[in-house]
Ligand binder design. Sequence first.
Ligand code: ATP
Ligand code: MG
Ligand code: FE
Length: 348
Amino acid sequence: PLVLGIESTCDETGIALVRGRELLADVTATSMDEHARYGGIVPEVASRAHLEALRPTLDEALNRAGVDLGDVEAVAVAAGPGLVGSLTVGTAGAKALALSLGVPLYGVNHVVGHAAVDELVHGAFPERFLALVVSGGHSSLLLVNDIATDVVELGQTIDDAAGEAFDKVGRLLGLPYPGGPHVDRLAKEGDPAAIAFPRGLSKGKELARHPYDFSFSGLKTAVARYLEAHEASGEAYSRADVAASFSEAVADVLVTKTLRACAAYDASTLVIGGGFSANSRLRELAAQRCEEAGVEVRIPPIRYCTDNGAMIAALGSAVARAGLPASPWDLPVDSQMPLGVTVVPPAA
Ligand code: ATP
Ligand code: MG
Ligand code: FE
């Protein structure tokens, strides 16, 4: 069926049209610039921006796809996790559209969508694969037996997300917000082996208790201590080495744990999604170690890794193909939507 997807979990308003596994149009409006001067996302500003962007973004998506609103056969919307106000705007729009068109409404999981979108790029998924979803808001490792019906969360960050840790270290290094891409650039000039920063939850009892979870806040603190100690003593140090060694620690933990899961669950395909997949050290290390391990890596182009409507339409399309029942008309939003829920089920 022709599926309209609506994404509004954070600061991007994304609308896309997908038929089967074919992407017909994908349009994104962002309120990122409005938040930059506050050094972080202001939920109230984001909600208002969604409200203003929803209609023009929808019109443009229909236009580019060359379809009429009346051709739409299902509406999918991200029901969580995300900011409550932002989610409320997107789901209200989705409910209104689906009701007025008389088509099913699917409230789907945003994080699972980050993996689902790869089907539009690299074709149908294998029977079983792992997905690493890394962004400013989440760092999760998923075992996907079926993208519509059987997604298991193996682990996630117990504190900061990978992108969030980069943004915090960017601030420590005096780089502009958001710091992630700046730290990445600086890291290329440094030595990744210069400083032995800690790998969170990677040894002994902690590893045993959290085999597939991540922790980046201790690492960020280690970077802060290193900088403070060197500032206090006046001892010379290289900011590029700090950036490179920090990046190495993050990429190393992500890739090591992910590949351990690939082996444990006998998965030979890895999908990486989320805006942090732009990180160059993560890409290098994943490519290198996955090749050694015989694991195929699939990473969609970056415009489908940051928040977008295509990921929601792709997941809605998979859910519709699987013949799952529609979500209820009073579809609630869930800012903490668990990964075990791919699509909100009808009321019992
Ligand atoms: P969500 O968490 O809802 O998916 P988000 O807006 O928080 O969305 P994205 O837009 O997917 O996250 O990703 C942005 C995050 O990734 C930011 O924290 C940013 O600093 C980080 N980031 C982007 N590019 C790089 C890079 N090359 N290296 C390191 N971090 C990066
Ligand atoms: Mg974003
Ligand atoms: Fe996201």
